[in-house]
Design a protein around this ligand. Structure first.
Ligand SMILES: Nc1ncnc2c1ncn2[C@@H]1O[C@H](COP(=O)(O)OP(=O)(O)O)[C@@H](O)[C@H]1O
Ligand SMILES: Nc1ccn([C@@H]2O[C@H](COP(=O)(O)OP(=O)(O)O)[C@@H](O)[C@H]2O)c(=O)n1
Length: 230
């Protein structure tokens, strides 16, 4: 691949489909910058929690956004996330943050602000950007668009196992992981601005019965074809 060429790979899909894992592997394979947009919504949700702003309070959130700075920095073990200059990476997967991120991301003003930030981050780069609306709203002209999906029960089982495997794993019940994931899916799919759906020109991959390695191989092949690699 030409090192100077702008290359944008968009990976979208619902929670637990495998987007982050796929994006990290693709970024490392093709030497691209990996940008996780969910981490940005999570950082803003953390700020709302810390400032006592309800995730339902659209005007309060908009005012908070105006005085917030969110920055992603790539590192070998994933993105480091800075909120107002302070690293908050290790706090972003708390259950309260997960729930609030899903709620704050419904508001159109917050989405417009995030989309602007995400475009600035990726505009001239060689990037993999992963989220819910990258191919439809952030970079509708992305070079490759992947929409990664899977059955909700399988996605929630994957998320449950991921939580269990984490060091200092919080106590989680499989049923509550499934219930919360369904609620977040519903919010993602029914919000007014950029509801979760594949872009018309996205390649949709259902990973329900594919291994991670099969998904990665398929996406590598698509990238090689589209970007002219042998
Ligand atoms: N095709 C797959 N088969 C089995 N497990 C998978 C597959 N894809 C991802 N996983 C696992 O599922 C979990 C959730 O994946 P993740 O990449 O965090 O999803 P997302 O970013 O879409 O929320 C991770 O533990 C990951 O290793
Ligand atoms: N581009 C994006 C990325 C995330 N989000 C929201 O931000 C929340 C956190 O995203 P995430 O990708 O970190 O969540 P998981 O899929 O990893 O559980 C999700 O519940 C989405 O609703 C969004 O609205 N748009």
């Amino acid at each position: 691949m030409n090192q100077q060429q702008r290359s944008i790979i968009a990976i979208d899909g619902p929670a637990g489909a495998g987007k982050s894992t796929l994006a990290a592997r693709i970024a490392s394979r093709f030497n691209l910058l990996n940008l996780e947009t969910g981490a940005m919504y999570r950082a803003f949700a953390l700020k709302a929690i810390e400032n006592g702003v309800s995730p339902e309070d659209a005007a309060g959130l908009e005012a908070l956004a105006a005085s917030s700075s969110i920055r992603l920095e790539a590192s070998p073990d994933g993105n480091r996330v800075y909120l107002d200059g302070v690293e908050v990476t290790s706090r972003l997967r708390d259950n309260s943050v997960t729930d609030a991120a899903s709620k704050v991301s419904v508001h159109p003003a917050i989405r417009k602000w995030m989309v602007r930030l995400q475009r600035e981050l990726g505009e001239n780069g060689r990037i993999v950007m992963e989220g819910r609306d990258i191919g439809t709203a952030v970079f509708p002209d992305a070079d490759v668009k992947i929409f990664l999906d899977a059955d909700p029960v399988v996605r929630s089982q994957r998320r449950y196992e991921q939580i269990e495997a984490a060091p200092a794993a919080p106590i989680a019940a499989a049923e509550s992981v499934l219930r919360e994931m369904r609620e977040r899916d519903q919010r993602d799919r029914t919000r007014a601005l950029s509801p979760l759906q594949p872009a018309a020109d996205a390649v949709v991959i259902d990973s329900t019965s594919l291994t991670l390695d099969q998904v990665i191989a398929r996406v590598e092949e698509i990238i090689r074809e589209r970007l002219g690699l042998a």
